[in-house]
Write a new protein. Structure first.
Length: 318
């Protein structure tokens, strides 16, 4: 019997073929009118790419637009403080104003790191960007280049600080981790950065966002969340059983809202892959949670990955 996942993959492949034929074999026309009554037709070929989403162990092709995609991360377009900046070989320079000699300079610093940030099977990239807006400050940002079938789409940049000292950039559990040194709250800019700092960032719904600092005993965990009648559980990939998702979890409302949004027509008790921050607790002494091995207190929702799974992954970016 053909598995449900393979049936989905087969349907996805058929849909992909139709989309491919519509986008690449059917050539549209556009009318161009000159100053007189003449009429000219030109061919318009839509630009498309293919991105693969996971359905269990299968990968389903999805046609996406190539608009905004670059050949590699150092030639992608990123958003810095609301403005689009397109790198060319890792560098961008533009005038503050058309009549100004002052330049805005942005460039990629050091080596980028690679890892699958959205669980689609492709290696995305995280990199540091240095942004000099033409004033006294030099600002450092973390950005991501999403891999879309071998091409790349840049994200917004998340600022680390002004004239900091970057140390390390890694990807772990679908999270970007930046280590750097900064100055203390009262330290003058003339002193060298010496205070150790760390920022964790998540790529979710096409945007890069900073996470809150982790508390004592908190972990960033990937796993399956299941919600239904008298069921509310989290099965972390590092554990062998389900844990009761505590009603005291600060992130519970967001988790339930994203669960319903991602699975509006799914069968009851369908698991949804998520990345959460939290701590494991003893199970409740009574109530529905008492039947579980323990409880999990979710403090942050990092990302929702409908295509994700707990397949063992090799360690990334040592």
């Amino acid at each position: 019997m053909v598995s449900e996942n393979r049936m989905k993959a087969a349907k996805g492949l058929s849909a992909f073929k139709l989309c491919f034929l519509a986008a690449c074999l059917v050539v549209g026309t556009a009318d161009v009118y000159g100053g007189g009554s003449g009429r000219k037709e030109i061919d318009v070929i839509p630009q498309v790419a293919v991105k693969y989403d996971r359905a269990g162990e299968d990968r389903i092709p999805v046609v996406v637009s190539q608009q905004g995609l670059a050949s590699d991360p150092v030639n992608a377009t990123y958003i810095i403080e609301g403005s689009e900046i397109t790198l060319k070989d890792g560098y961008s320079e533009m005038a503050v104003r058309p009549d100004s000699a002052t330049k805005i300079r942005t460039f990629a610093l050091g080596d980028m790191v690679e890892g699958d940030l959205d669980d689609d099977g492709d290696e995305d990239a995280a990199l540091l960007l240095v942004h000099d807006p033409g004033g006294s400050g030099t600002f450092y940002y973390v950005a991501v280049a999403e891999n879309v079938s071998g091409r790349h789409r840049g994200t917004n940049g998340v600022r680390l600080g002004d004239r900091i000292a970057p140390k390390d950039l890694r990807i772990r559990n679908s999270v970007v981790i930046a280590r750097y040194a900064e100055r203390g709250p009262s330290g003058p800019m003339s002193t060298a950065p010496s205070v150790e700092a760390l920022l964790c960032l998540a790529f979710d719904e096409g945007k890069l966002k900073a996470l809150k600092p982790l508390g004592q005993d908190e972990q960033i965990l990937e796993g399956r969340v299941t919600i239904g009648h008298e069921v509310r559980s989290f099965h972390a990939c590092t554990r062998k059983t389900d844990y009761w998702l505590s009603g005291d979890s600060p992130a519970l409302g967001e988790i339930m809202a994203r669960y319903e949004r991602a699975l509006p027509d799914a069968r009851p008790y369908t698991p949804l892959f998520m990345v959460l921050v939290g701590t494991f607790l003893e199970k409740p002494s009574d109530g529905l949670g008492a039947d579980y091995a323990g409880a999990f207190l979710a403090t942050q929702l990092v990302a929702v990955r409908p295509e994700g799974n707990c397949v063992t992954k090799s360690e990334q970016n040592r």
